[in-house]
Design a binder for this molecule. Sequence first.
Ligand code: ZN
Ligand code: ZN
Length: 193
Amino acid sequence: MLLTTHPPEPHAKPRFDDIFMELAVNLAKRSHCIKAQVGAVLTRDTRIISIGYNGPPPGTHNCDEEFPGVGCPRDSKGSCSLALHAEENAILYAAKNGSEIEGATIYVTLSPCIACARTIYSMKIARVIYLHSYAEYKGIPSDEGVDFLRRFGVTVDRYEPGTGVTLLAEPPLSGPVTDQKTARTPERDSSIG
Ligand SMILES: [Zn+2]
Ligand SMILES: [Zn+2]
């Protein structure tokens, strides 16, 4: 298992929330985007129905290889203009394959942006659990995606590790972020300086 429990108690069990968030964190590390790495796990009835991480559609761009150092083309909000978001990738794959999405729970390492929030709501996803705040990451006053979802009845919770559980690693986030976040610079950025 990737989860660590301490003190090591033979009967301590990670919750599904811990297991799925740990997976989302690990998926985030697969992202080629150099703005931020975000992972998502879509589940239903405690079973995984899809996964995703942010990045341009397969067969198009790999941001880290094409735009090293300078970064990928930004949209008006300073985000990668080429990438599908982790939630979009997870939901699109599930929809493409005919999975039942209504009532699902999605785990994301960064709270949904407003565009993803609209999609999450439209797909009737019932619960969103996020690790980091998009508003804190962007330096904007409110989590508009979270506000939108809560306003229209979607349960949104910030992830809190279960008793004795620690996520093995946190996803790297780069960009205009708080000091706490800049401390988690992606490894490859250290060679860029
Ligand atoms: Zn990018
Ligand atoms: Zn989004």
